[in-house]
Design a protein around this ligand. Structure first.
Ligand code: C2E
Ligand code: CA
Ligand code: CA
Ligand code: CA
Length: 279
């Protein structure tokens, strides 16, 4: 019951709190989702902005709920993190990506590096690196074919431990991408701290680039700075030819976005990497 300010108490009925109802339901169902093969992986290719060649891809998880249909990771990843299920889901995803990548290589398809989003909780596990190594050995995939995407949020907590883990990951031969760059508070500081190889410029910056010259100049400066630091720059959320043109001009290394391809199902993705190039 909640006091409504008018000398009356209201009883919360389920229909009055749809959002938390849905969350409660999803929490319950998520456990089963892993076992019932309801989680699926889509792949969004990245491209060279000059040659239009495929340079890599990002694995993006989706939940095909039996009653609710496709559920966005924005909705269920936070729940997976809250419940700790993210550990199990994350492991499934890494193993699945490694298995698929190896399978494609055996079919003589020229492989591309596939990047996997990591939650801070995964990186906080003391045996994370060991687990990853076991998965690589089990699937016989070379480490260079996967990449981990992390956000600045991983560094807020348990700083020393996380930095050690990231260093060990790099030693395995897995590259690290700093995701959503430009959305945090002290991005430059993280650039200094996190041992990353790739910077992914957040789509909000890419969008604003076309709106104001100042924003264009900021993105240009980020690209230049990253190049000075020997990092590869990927722009995400590229939707228009104008954005592509601007990014070509400032020598951004790779682009990802709806202009070239949305995240696609596995079969469609295989066709894209077989073609190697966007035409
Ligand atoms: P993110 O890592 O920043 O992923 C990029 C998001 O931008 C994806 O949304 C992608 O579909 C979307 N996107 C790609 N191109 C464009 C474009 O041109 N325009 C616009 N407006 N959007 C574009 P998605 O797939 O809904 O994923 C949302 C977020 O969920 C991801 O953001 C990531 O933080 C999280 N996520 C997805 N898969 C996983 C996963 O396997 N593990 C973890 N921990 N998080 C995941
Ligand atoms: Ca990402
Ligand atoms: Ca991102
Ligand atoms: Ca994000």
């Amino acid at each position: 019951a909640k006091y409504n300010g008018k000398n009356q108490y209201q009883i919360f009925s389920p229909s009055m709190n749809l959002a938390s109802d849905k969350k409660f339901m999803l929490k319950n169902d998520l456990q089963k989702a892993v076992m019932n093969d309801e989680l699926i992986i889509h792949y969004q290719p990245r491209f060279d902005p000059i040659t239009y060649e495929v340079t890599g891809a990002e694995a993006l998880i989706r939940w095909n709920h039996p009653e609710l249909g496709m559920i966005s990771p924005l909705e269920f990843i936070p729940i997976a993190e809250e419940t700790g299920l993210i550990i199990q889901i994350g492991e499934w995803l890494i193993r699945e990506v490694c298995t698929k990548s190896k399978m494609w290589q055996r079919q003589l398809i020229t492989p591309v590096k596939i990047s996997i989003n990591l939650s801070a909780i995964q990186l906080f596990q003391s045996n994370f690196v060991e687990k990853v190594l076991t998965m690589l050995r089990g699937t016989e995939l070379e480490a260079k074919w996967i990449e981990f995407e992390i956000t600045e949020s991983v560094i807020i907590d348990k700083e020393e431990q996380v930095l050690k883990t990231l260093t060990q990951i790099k030693e395995l031969g897995i590259s690290i991408a700093l995701d959503d760059f430009g959305t945090g508070y002290s991005a430059i500081n993280y650039l200094r701290q996190i041992p990353c190889d790739i910077i992914k410029i957040d789509k909000s910056l890419v969008k604003d680039m076309q709106i104001e010259v100042t924003n264009f100049e900021i993105v240009a400066a980020i690209v230049a700075l990253c190049h000075k630091l020997n990092k590869t720059v990927v722009a995400e959320g590229v939707e228009t030819p104008q954005q592509l043109l601007s990014l070509q001009k400032i020598e951004c290394d790779e682009i990802q976005g709806y202009l070239f391809s949305k995240p696609v199902e596995e079969t469609e993705f295989v066709e894209i990497i077989k073609n190697k190039k966007w035409i």
